[in-house]
Design a protein around this ligand. Structure first.
Ligand code: DOR
Ligand code: ZN
Length: 350
């Protein structure tokens, strides 16, 4: 049987939510990933180190028995973020980055940043302390077409930040366009990007043709196939600027199926590494999965690579159509459909 053994991978961008959603989300990420960068867009957002540490404790309480999964915490930047929040974050071994959401760009971003330039003193401190800046890279002007928002963000916001702070480590999160892919490839080693499994596997026609599929609606929105192809090329190129970040983002079924405005976010944590394996195999580049999933992100964040491994085998399986999600249910990507690769159990060790 065909098997695939990798250094244990990490997820450099995930939404775990809080409260009674944590048993599902933490259980799923801890199946295969050793660590994950945990997004801070809770309600209210995680804006200070004490809040991040309390959230971390809540996550740890929900780890499956025997798991040594490690949540890597982040702070949510606002127009009110203080220099001392940054210094405290830089000094905390548990906090690994700060996340910039332009206000109104996506789920729970209402408290996000109104004036990016107003945060320049914060970026300066982050550069000094080598604290990475994680960016949701979309402009928020309602007049700008939703399919152009990432591309325009590069020129309007990202280029000025990089020009002003070349020493700042930046992750352009969940990139979705060929413009973002070629931009990141052309920058110094301080600028990297995460790529989701769903943006490697799907393009906008998959979401819109034959009936709108809320399960594939996320932000930044899926783009046309030429962009998907560019993302596949970048992810499978062996360029260490591109690494795994699922952006797995669960919403209760009622919010995903809301005809008056479906919530943005695809849930992939139940099968993430398996879905990436499928995308890399389709590209004929399975050999490049380990660098992307297990090496480059750790190197960028200055963390050790794992010393244990996981193994996948080519045994098709079908995830459930719905998963328990607190008192709600959650519709995972590919629920009820076949996935080729399966994680070999036991899942917590090599
Ligand atoms: O689709 C998305 N969902 N994109 C984001 O940026 C946020 C995320 C969420 O928190 O649901
Ligand atoms: Zn996200």
């Amino acid at each position: 049987m065909q098997t695939l053994t990798l250094t244990r991978p990490d997820d450099w961008h995930i939404h775990l939510r809080d409260g009674d959603y944590l048993p599902t989300t933490v259980g799923d990420v801890a199946r295969s990933f050793g660590r994950a960068i945990v997004m801070p867009n809770l309600t209210p957002p995680v804006t200070t180190v004490p809040q991040a540490l309390a959230y971390r404790d809540e996550i740890l309480l929900n780890r499956p028995t025997g798991s040594d999964f490690e949540p890597l915490m982040t702070l949510y930047l606002t127009d009110q973020t203080r220099l001392r929040d940054i210094i405290e974050a830089a000094q905390s071994p548990q906090v690994h980055a700060c996340k910039l959401y332009p206000a109104g760009a996506t789920t729970n971003s209402e408290a996000g940043v109104g004036s990016i330039e107003g945060l320049y003193p914060i970026f300066e401190a982050m550069a000094q302390h080598q604290l990475p800046l994680l960016i949701h890279g979309e402009v928020t002007d309602a007049k700008i077409d939703i399919f152009d928002r990432e591309k325009i963000f590069i020129d309007q916001c990202l280029m000025p930040i990089i020009a002003r702070f070349p020493e700042l480590k930046i992750v352009f999160e969940h990139i979705t366009t060929q413009e973002a892919a070629s931009f990141v490839a052309a920058q110094s080693a301080n600028v990297a990007a995460t790529i989701t499994a769903h943006h490697l596997l799907y393009h906008r026609t998959d979401m819109l043709s034959g009936g709108m599929k809320p399960i594939l609606f996320c932000l930044p929105i899926l783009k046309r196939d030429i962009h998907q192809a560019a993302l596949i090329r970048s992810a499978t190129s062996g360029d260490p600027s591109f690494f795994l970040g699922t952006d797995s983002a669960p919403h209760p079924r009622s919010r995903k199926e809301d005809a008056c405005g479906c919530a943005a976010g695809c849930y992939t944590a139940h099968a993430a590494i398996e879905l990436y394996a499928e995308a890399f195999e389709q590209a004929g580049k399975l050999d490049y999965l380990e660098g992307f999933a297990s090496h480059f992100g750790a190197d960028f964040y200055g963390l050790p690579r794992h010393s244990d491994t996981i193994t996948l085998e080519a045994v098709p399986w079908v995830p459930p159509i719905a998963l328990p999600f607190g008192r709600d249910e959650l519709m995972p990507l590919r629920g009820g459909e076949t996935i080729k690769w399966r994680l070999v159990r036991p899942e917590t060790g090599s």
